[in-house]
Write a protein that binds this ligand. Structure first.
Ligand SMILES: [Zn+2]
Length: 301
């Protein structure tokens, strides 16, 4: 799943390529992906790209009068959430938007959810792999009309402070792993970077947030900044197609169960849940004691 660093880099990439481009066609290939009906998607046609903004893991493409490159000039926004398996495929040369007889060509085969064409022949496909379709596209006058955007917590890159993090995490008593992933508390961190942040902070994913002392919060805040800044720097300037792989390469524990921890050499362990898993290093994070993995215990019983 793309998280803050990848979405941020994708936003920059789009901002560069689409500045002052005019939308000439937009088609939804997976009808379920479009979550709004008013204004209609066709209202994007004829407008220019005024700016691209990121909200947590959401991207908003602002569209306004032609030739005005200023996010404040946006009249409507195409707001995207890529969910778990969605991505944006940029194309310098799009296939034609209409057939020679003028029929729309939007019904692309395969995993394409939505296509957008610009006036210079470029454009993009929003794609989503897998059978569970979660990718979401909203057309709104203001991104804050989308409840999930309006309720986002603070941005851990733009607004980071130990105070903000401490307040957000302690607002409820829960496991720190879940709290870091809760978009209403901290916007943009998902399963992968929360594993990495907790490893960098040498903290157990199961630590309860109200048990965190000020020193713990400060350590965690430093780890958030260290991990996200490095990931943002690594992702910046990469073409959209490279971003997913770039994310994998930089990981210390996430997705690396069974491999050695790059810090201490202990084996990276895993805890599995119904629909996801977390990875951690027992030596670095839990005083050497492996965390209980209910799935493993069940299998061994
Ligand atoms: Zn370690």
């Amino acid at each position: 799943m793309p998280e803050l660093p990848e979405v941020d880099a994708l936003g920059s990439y789009l901002r560069e390529r689409t500045a002052s481009r005019i939308v000439v066609a937009a088609h939804v290939a997976q009808i379920g992906a479009l979550k709004t009906f008013s204004p209609p998607l066709d209202d994007t046609v004829g407008r220019g790209v005024a700016g691209v903004e990121r909200f947590g893991k959401w991207l908003a493409i602002g569209l306004g009068p032609r030739g005005e490159v200023d996010p404040d000039a946006a009249e409507i926004h195409l707001v995207l959430h890529l969910a778990k398996a969605g991505w944006l495929r940029w194309r310098e040369e799009m296939p034609p938007a209409t057939s020679p007889k003028g029929r729309p060509m939007g019904r692309a085969a395969g995993p394409v959810a939505l296509r957008l064409w610009f006036d210079d022949g470029s454009g993009f496909d929003l794609t989503e792999a897998g059978t569970r379709k979660r990718l979401a596209v909203h057309v709104v006058a203001d991104p804050a009309e989308i409840p999930a955007v309006a309720s986002l917590g603070f941005d851990p890159v733009r607004e980071m402070s130990a105070d903000a993090l401490g307040t957000a995490l302690r607002s409820r008593n829960q496991q720190v792993k879940g709290a870091l992933r809760d978009q209403n508390l901290v916007a943009g961190i998902g399963n992968a970077y929360s594993d990495e942040i907790l490893h960098a902070a040498r903290m157990s994913p199961f630590t309860l947030t109200r048990s965190l002392g000020d020193d713990d919060v400060a350590r965690l805040a430093a780890a958030v900044t260290e991990v996200l800044d490095a990931a943002v720097a690594q992702a910046a300037g990469r073409p959209a197609a490279d971003l997913k792989d770039a994310k994998r390469r930089g990981m210390a524990v996430h997705g690396r169960a069974g491999q050695p921890c790059p810090v201490c050499g202990d084996v990276v362990r895993e805890v599995s849940f119904a629909d996801r898993s977390l990875q951690y290093c027992a030596t670095c994070q839990t005083g050497g004691t492996p965390l209980a993995d209910r799935r493993m215990s069940r299998l061994l019983r």
